[in-house]
Design a protein around this ligand. Structure first.
Ligand code: PAF
Length: 289
């Protein structure tokens, strides 16, 4: 994407705060794209959306920080990929102005004892399967919003629950930012892009498109007239069972705002699932809009 901006990498909270304050006063809106790095085409779509929202004069900030507080003790924090040079190239190619790349010590000094707990939307789906995960996400996202003070923050809809939790946190805590969701980007065979796809073996990768197939089977059945959530859930599970390496963690049919299960499916309902392939846990969703 052609643009006339140069990319700088800022590591300290103070340098980022100063940069965004100056930009807001002199140039235009600040748009934040929070990420954990290992960037792919899904992130590229977020950065391009941020660029279009910021305009030529505004500032697009991509934060790259593998946030320790959102990983469980048995999860992949230490082996989470950190390909910074490639991430930097992707940010430059898609129109970012600033990469904020803080150290864990800068983000979490030892005396840090405040955590942000959204207690309703976080309680189900991935929140139930990964206790403490959304506390870590809310804490780091609120910190990033405070440091950056953006007008807009952009999040991918592949993490549907994360979008819902952050929308709720921002509303509840009166954070003056607009949250903009961006559609999931997929491989040609339907697999949603994720930094964790690289963990899949060749055999697992070959079966992973079953997530999308299962969601689309349920959506097709809904459009053909089936509205009973229990039946559609069964159809998703039956489709997943055609892939022997796929081990469902959860399959839920829920209201898109509350994320609570529904009995009758209608427009606005979301199909959400998490599936293990070996140690790798993939998530996907389909929102009936
Ligand atoms: O979606 C992610 O990559 C992370 O959960 C986020 C929002 C950057 C917080 O660490």
């Amino acid at each position: 994407m052609p643009h006339g901006h140069s990319l700088s990498v800022l590591k300290t909270i103070r340098s980022l705060s100063q940069t965004t304050r100056l930009c807001r006063a002199a140039r235009g809106p600040v748009v934040l794209v929070p990420t954990m790095g290992a960037l792919h085409r899904g992130h590229a779509a977020l950065i391009e959306k941020a660029r279009s929202l910021a305009g030529r004069e505004g500032l697009v900030v991509v934060s790259i920080f593998v946030n320790p507080t959102q990983f469980g003790p048995k999860e992949d924090f230490s082996r989470y990929p950190r390909p910074f040079a490639a991430d930097r190239m992707l940010c430059a190619a898609h129109g970012a102005d600033v990469i904020f790349h803080p150290t864990a010590e800068a983000m979490y000094p030892t005396e840090n004892s405040t955590l942000v707990d959204e207690t309703d939307v976080s309680a189900v789906l991935c929140g139930a399967a990964r206790p403490g995960h959304f506390r870590g996400v809310c804490t780091v996202v609120l910190k990033l919003l405070q440091i950056t003070q953006p007008e807009v923050a952009v999040f991918g809809l592949k993490d549907f629950q994360q979008c819902a939790v952050i929308r709720r946190m921002v509303r509840d805590l009166n954070v003056p930012v607009r949250i903009v969701p961006v559609a999931t980007v997929r491989e040609a065979d339907g697999l949603a892009l994720s930094s964790r796809n690289r963990y899949l073996t060749a055999a697992e990768r070959a079966q992973a498109p079953v997530l999308r197939r299962a969601l689309r089977a349920a959506s097709a059945a809904f459009h053909a007239g089936e509205t009973r959530a229990a039946k559609l859930r069964q159809l998703i599970l039956k489709t997943l069972a055609t892939a022997p390496l796929a081990h469902p963690d959860y399959v839920e049919i829920a209201d898109a705002d509350t994320l609570r299960p529904v009995r009758e499916v209608r427009r606005g309902t979301v199909f959400a699932l998490a599936v293990f392939f070996g140690q790798t846990r993939l998530i996907d969703n389909l929102w009936l809009r």
